[in-house]
Design a binder for this molecule. Sequence first.
Ligand code: KG4
Ligand code: ZN
Length: 335
Amino acid sequence: MSDITLLAIESSCDETSAAVIQNGVILSNIVAGQEVHSKYGGIVPELASRAHQQHIVPVVHEALAQAKIVKKQLNAVAFTGGPGLLGSLLVGVSYAKAFAKGLGVPIIRVNHMQAHILAHFIDDPKPAFPFLCLTVSGGHTQIVLVRDYLDMEVMGETQDDAVGEAFDKAAKMLGLPYPGGPLIDKYAALGNPLAYDFPHVDMPGLTYSFSGIKTAFLYFIQKQTKLNPDFVAQHLPDICASIQHTLIRILFSKLHKAVKETGIHRIAIAGGVSANRGLRKTLEEEAAKHQWETFIPSFEYCTDNAAMIAMAGHYMYEKGLFEEWTFSPEPRLKI
Ligand code: KG4
Ligand code: ZN
């Protein structure tokens, strides 16, 4: 049988990434981040598109060079079709189409959220089906029932903000640069998770909501700072540990419900926030308590990367799931 070799491109948010996969094995995964947003406290979409445009050519060349693959070996080009920022997606989609057209190979449109989950099939151990995946990123918070590589159902998701956004906004209120999630994680490791309590409303069923906790946190910081202007500086680790603990508690309350509803004890986490050490530790503790079999991706495959797009592309190629040339990016693409 001849090799299946794909180039994959990811550009949905603020990381420009390209990867090469051969017969389901990742040969390279190049990721270029965008420093430009940190001083604005969040992603500026127009700046993100421009940075993608600057990065995409060198990133793709580096991915091919590192994989020791020449263009004519490629069988198809996979790309993120959505969800994501329209301008960012446009750069990757246009580049992928032009690249594939020039080579005379088909294109494969990958769903970014499905790809986060399929990152679990890059390395061992790989989860058996079915499993539940808590997908937590800057734009999404979902509990997904994964029946097969390309057969997934969203059981519950957030009705407003994503948990990654809650991490980033909390960090911003503490004067930390964007993206603040990893910094909350860092300071939380040094603090007491039970130091402060933040009220939040429990949504019905498997629906998440993180907008209320964001407001509660803002009021808390404002009130404490009025009493003591140095409150944040003096108590940063305890504040970070407490907000992280609350966010994780919310995530797990719904996850437990999903386990109960489905009877599935095979649990995976995916997306940028799955890099959080507090979340990983809680998952291990809950797993030990409830006899769950857990799957935690390696750090490099938690945040946005093209290796996961390549993995999804590989399974779609095997099924002949190619995209039309007329495809336009879908910022709100659903699983
Ligand atoms: O999956 P991702 O790279 O991009 C999206 O698809 O959104 O996720 C980015 C999100 C950001 O909100 C970032 O702050 C968060 O993941 N994040 C973390 C950590 N690492 C990344 N949040 C908490 N703790 C971390 N260690
Ligand atoms: Zn993502």
